[in-house]
Design a protein around this ligand. Structure first.
Ligand SMILES: Cc1cc2nc3c(=O)[nH]c(=O)nc-3n(C[C@H](O)[C@H](O)[C@H](O)COP(=O)(O)OP(=O)(O)OC[C@H]3O[C@@H](n4cnc5c(N)ncnc54)[C@H](O)[C@@H]3O)c2cc1C
Length: 456
């Protein structure tokens, strides 16, 4: 069976790897110059390791991708880390103007010492987290919004203080409609310890590429597919380099919108609704700096009870919505800076709706916009510390799980025989993640293999 896979991210590569193991001929088409999709990496000349364009790590319960890493003989390259997560809040009256305060938020003790919440609110929030961790049933939770469930168990003050700013920062006008099963998935899957891979996720992408090649498959980069036709006898023609190439099966791993442009018949009247699933763009600004941005620094005495040093914080949630970014991820507070020429790497991340002004900004414009706020994080930070800055923008990077999402999520098999669709919208109830991309790729390969067996 000759299979074309459109998209060389983790779903496409995992599917290709599984299909070559089952003896199929596979070609992966990737429009970008590198494989890896949303988890793609880049490397500056003086770095030893690749760095993801968007911050990436693995949870210790990401079993599908950890199994793949094991199978490819890369488990020796896993790095287990225990980085610090924290929330940044700004508070009028804090003891230097415009200052912001960092509160660690990793452990139950951090919740218990969190300022502003009463002990009852803290206990209710703790109860919510325990229920989410223990409850295996997500299905009833898609009938209620994340907001209503949180308020019902954790209470309004905790919602307003701990979750609402992040939900609004991430989902904007969709925040109220996100279903509680999304919240369940976020809390259930989170582990305090995280894995990273020596050399970056690029190590795994390269190993997959080589394994596909060894199995007789092909991966093509810089190859954007714009059109696929159906021929008689369930053959499909993929056009590239102005030539026609025949395939028996097609797997789309792009967004449904792109798949629909390439092969407009992929959706019928009962699946047109897939185009209505809202999506957000992901944008990162990455700074390579001489001095750390989130680093140990002398702090003035805090009016709050919790400890406020932002020493070594890896992940900083920005709770103050006047900031122009949602999260700050200090990669080199998790991974040694020696792999990046001894420089510090910090991401500034946002999820943005269509039409947002940041979508058309250059990296210089983003840096100019962000600098005053970076100074609020670290008043001693100087622009002259920036060695390089890079921005990355990805459309369709975050689907919004609205109420009853399972009725809307795409199915692998489309209404067209021989054409399959496997993208981030399908991994429900889980949120996007390379682990689920691998799981989905494996599932898609199994389905294509079964479909091929049935046709003989
Ligand atoms: C900001 C951010 C942070 C994240 N952090 C993490 C994390 O910490 N840990 C984690 O596990 N996951 C994380 N993820 C999620 C993870 O990156 C994705 O879930 C996963 O990479 C999706 O893989 P995919 O193959 O399904 O899709 P994609 O990676 O989107 O792959 C689809 C591919 O199709 C290609 N394509 C599109 N159109 C065409 C065309 N016409 N012809 C050919 N090719 C085409 C695209 O270029 C792309 O490479 C993060 C994502 C984002 C956006």
């Amino acid at each position: 069976m000759n299979v074309a896979i459109v998209g060389g991210g983790f779903t496409g590569l995992s599917a290709a790897y599984e299909l070559v193991k089952k003896g199929h001929r596979v070609t992966v088409f990737e429009k970008e110059k590198t494989l890896g999709g949303l988890a793609n990496g880049f490397k500056q000349k003086n770095w030893d390791w690749h760095l993801e364009s968007a911050y990436h790590h693995l949870f210790t319960n990401d079993t599908a991708i950890l199994q793949l890493i094991h199978e490819l003989g890369l488990e020796g390259k896993l790095i287990l880390t225990h980085p610090i997560t924290a929330n940044l809040i700004s508070k009028p009256g804090f003891d230097f103007p415009g200052a912001a305060i960092t509160l660690p938020f990793n452990t139950p003790l951090h919740l218990l010492t969190y300022p502003e919440l009463s002990i009852i609110d803290k206990l209710r929030t703790g109860l919510l987290i325990i229920i989410m961790k223990l409850n295996p049933f997500w299905q009833p939770l898609e009938w209620i919004s994340a907001k209503n469930l949180f308020i019902a168990i954790g209470g309004s003050p905790a919602w307003q203080s701990l979750w609402e700013p992040l939900m609004i920062g991430k989902f904007g006008t969709y925040a109220e409609n996100v279903c509680a099963s999304w919240l369940w998935a976020r809390i259930k899957k989170r582990t305090q310890k995280l894995y990273y891979i020596q050399g970056g996720f690029h190590t795994l992408v390269s190993a997959l590429q080589q394994a596909i090649k060894r199995g007789g498959g092909t991966t093509l980069v810089n190859t954007e597919i714009s059109s696929i036709d159906k021929e008689a006898g369930n053959k499909y023609i993929v056009y590239w380099k102005k030539q026609k190439h025949d395939f028996d099966r097609i797997l789309f791993t792009t967004s449904t919108h792109i798949a629909n442009k390439i092969f407009p018949k992929i959706l019928n009247t009962s699946t047109q609704h897939l185009l209505q699933i809202p999506h957000l763009h992901a944008q990162t600004l990455i700074l390579e700096t001489k001095k750390p941005i989130l680093a140990p620094q002398p702090q003035k005495v805090s009016p709050f009870k919790a400890k406020v040093q932002n020493t070594g914080v890896y992940w900083l949630n920005i709770m103050d919505r006047t900031f122009p970014f949602l999260a700050v991820v200090a990669h080199t507070n998790m991974i040694d800076k020696k792999h990046y020429g001894g420089h510090h790497i910090t991401y500034f991340g946002n999820y943005l709706p269509d039409g947002h002004p940041y979508l058309t900004m250059t990296k210089d414009q983003l840096l100019k916009k962000f600098l005053p706020f970076i100074n609020r994080l670290n008043p001693s930070f100087l622009k002259s510390s920036v060695i390089s800055h890079t921005s990355f923008l990805a459309p369709f990077a975050q689907p919004v799980h609205e109420l009853h999402y399972s009725r809307r999520a795409p199915k692998l098999q489309t209404s067209i025989p021989g054409i399959f669709l496997a993208n981030m919208d399908s991994i429900y109830p889980w949120d996007r993640g390379t682990n689920y991309a691998v799981e989905l790729g494996i599932k898609a390969a199994k389905k294509i293999d079964e479909d091929a067996a049935e046709s003989f």
